[in-house]
Ligand binder design. Structure first.
Ligand code: CP
Ligand code: NVA
Length: 318
């Protein structure tokens, strides 16, 4: 049985298999054909310890479209929120459903849940990673012709992608490190001092990069990171749970807004991605978010298809 906790646990082939499934399932969906990959009558429990719009809707709609059903569980309502040990919740819920998605504050909680769960567990975002979002972002890149040559996709490819992540070294930055280092593309991260990605995750990424050939570059310069990039991306400066640090963070990140001037330094065909929720005038300007290079709503919708790929893949490997 496999879990989906971090891309660091998956091989490059695992990642490409999930994307192949997502592409096939999306194709059927767009052509109004039933997908051959069904999860008839399977139940996905979705536990949220934090807010969510896209993750909740895409997992719930996704499992329903595969023939199963989603069960939304807010930690405020279940005993987990009153301190029930995670290993008890994992064994109880896992004995009644077929898969569990968990959005939580700590990656260790996901690890512990998975350790005790008799069914596959999916990371729906933790303090350290957001792997379902990253596979979605790569699917969106593929559809825009920005991908490695591992598979023959219908869009013409442009060679080794150069991705610029400008902003907080948070769960999204860590996840970009995992994706780039597993697949083997170029990733430039620009973050202010004190807000660089997690050092252990960076070390892990550099190790994976030795096999994949990924090029990883970290700096404090958005201008250096974005130069000729094919993909430009960012995330909120204030992640869920960091609300008390708002003022300090807004000051630290003031030169990291992706606006037209910065975007002009990227490749002229570059796309802009953002996982959402986005804060206009902070990490990204209104013009860039709503502009012609932005693919953010394609990206948001792709959550639905990518996660169907993840669920089907876990179901096949159980
Ligand atoms: N990107 C993302 O995970 O969005 P939600 O927080 O709305 O689920
Ligand atoms: N870094 C953000 C991502 C939200 C999808 C957070 O953790 O709040």
């Amino acid at each position: 049985m496999r879990h989906f906790l971090t891309l660091g646990d998956l091989s490059k082939e695992d990642i490409l298999q999930i994307l192949d499934l997502a592409i096939e399932i999306k194709d059927c969906f767009l052509q109004n054909r039933p997908t051959p990959h069904r999860m008839e009558n399977k139940i996905l429990a979705m536990i949220f310890e934090k807010n969510s719009t896209r993750t909740r809707v895409s997992f719930e709609a996704g499992i329903y479209q595969l023939g199963g059903m989603g069960m939304f569980l807010s930690s405020k309502d279940i005993q987990l929120g009153r301190g029930e040990p995670i290993r008890d919740t994992a064994r109880a819920i896992g004995s009644m459903v077929d898969m569990v998605m968990l959005r939580t504050y700590a990656q260790e909680r996901l690890q512990e849940f998975a350790q005790y769960s008799p069914v596959p567990v999916i990371n729906g975002l933790s303090d350290l990673f957001h792997p379902a979002q990253l596979l979605t972002d790569y699917l969106t890149m593929i559809e825009c012709g920005i991908y490695l040559t591992d598979r023959k996709y219908s869009s013409p490819h442009i060679g080794i992608p150069k991705v610029a992540y400008i902003g907080d070294g948070n769960n999204m930055a860590n996840s970009w490190l995992m994706l780039a280092s597993k697949l083997g593309f170029e990733l430039r991260i620009a973050s202010p001092e004190g807000y660089m990605p997690n050092a252990n995750i960076l070390a892990q990424a550099l190790e994976f990069a030795q096999t994949s050939g990924a090029i990883i570059h970290l700096s404090h310069s958005p201008q250096e990171a974005i130069k000729d990039a094919n993909v430009v991306t960012t995330d909120t400066w204030i992640s869920m749970g960091q609300e008390d640090e708002k003022e300090m963070r807004q000051k630290a990140f003031q030169n990291y807004c992706i606006d037209d001037k910065l975007m002009a330094l990227a490749d002229k065909n570059a796309i802009f991605l953002h996982c959402f929720p986005a804060y206009r005038g902070q990490e990204v300007s209104e013009n860039v978010l709503e502009g012609s290079q932005s693919r953010v709503f394609k990206e948001a919708q792709n959550r639905l298809h990518t996660q169907k790929g993840i669920m089907v893949w876990l179901h096949k490997n159980r």
